[in-house]
Design a protein around this ligand. Sequence first.
Ligand code: HEM
Ligand code: HEM
Length: 282
Amino acid sequence: MFDLITGLPIHPLISHAVVVVVPLAAIGALILTFVAKWRSTYLPLVYIAVLLSPITAFIATQSGEALSERVGLPKSHSTLGERLALVVLAFAIIFSIWFAIEKSDRVRTKSPKLLQQVVKVFVPLLAITSLVLTVLVGHSGAEATWKYRITQAEVSALEGPAPSASAPAGTINLSTAEVKRHNTKTDCWSIVNGKVYNLTSYVQNHPGGAAVISNICGKDGTNSFTNQHNTQSKPNSVLSGFLLGSLGASITKEAGQQVIAPPASSNNGESGEESGEESEKD
Ligand code: HEM
Ligand code: HEM
């Protein structure tokens, strides 16, 4: 539902709302906790920001999930994002109770003293937690999006095509430059929807012929693949078996050197005469 808007992902758009609204709510709540004289004037304003927080965070998590299906899942970022959504929901609930206590004499006299004290402790506590989490979620999201690109751009500018220069020893960075090096029928990597696949063993096993696969070796094959197979489940599930990782991720050198065998059922003998049987056995 919250995937694209005018062809662009909703996630970066809505995450800007989260990183503005949540800190406003949190800082506002902290100030009002300690400065009682401002409460009567500013409590409703802060309350608006507090109520907007879980709404924007909910859209951010939903749109984040949709974006992950396109570009891969940034694990720690998504975990932190989901946690933030829960924390701001709890914050909005506790703040609502505080709001009622502050604004209504009837609620204040009727609600137990213990509840009022718990609320007074939890409002600033949840405000601080929301603030810290927002910084972490925003930072990890921006890092997932930009860190690799910036590093790669600097590497390219300084050293020309140096595909693995930014990867730590013993690992391979799944950059477009790295993919470009695997551009032959016998060493074939390709990018589909932001993920890198090792299709080496599939060139000769593809039911639609070797040529179309070798055409996309070393390149972004998203258009070719989706134009032909779009949402067909079998090609998509076969493709997922060749996954190395998301573009920009790091994998071990060992994983990069292994040829991934095609699934036993990939050729089925339908139309792929090129090589077939032997490789079907494993
Ligand atoms: C309140 C929650 C969240 C916030 C505030 C948030 C914020 C962000 C931000 C600021 C970016 C960088 C956007 C850019 O610079 O263009 C980003 C990227 C991203 N986020 Fe989130 N995010 C949240 C939750 C999630 C969740 C739950 C998921 C996945 C389940 C997710 C998946 C992603 C993905 C896939 C990217 C793009 C990474 C890439 O380009 O490689 N986010 N997010
Ligand atoms: C990149 C990875 C690809 C994978 C994993 C893949 C997978 C498959 C699979 C599993 C089939 C058999 C479909 C079935 O049994 O229902 C198939 C057939 C076929 N593929 Fe691909 N394919 C890929 C790329 C391509 C590309 C780039 C093209 C053309 C540009 C293409 C053209 C065809 C054709 C013409 C057939 C036979 C007709 C059909 O069954 O649809 N494939 N492919």
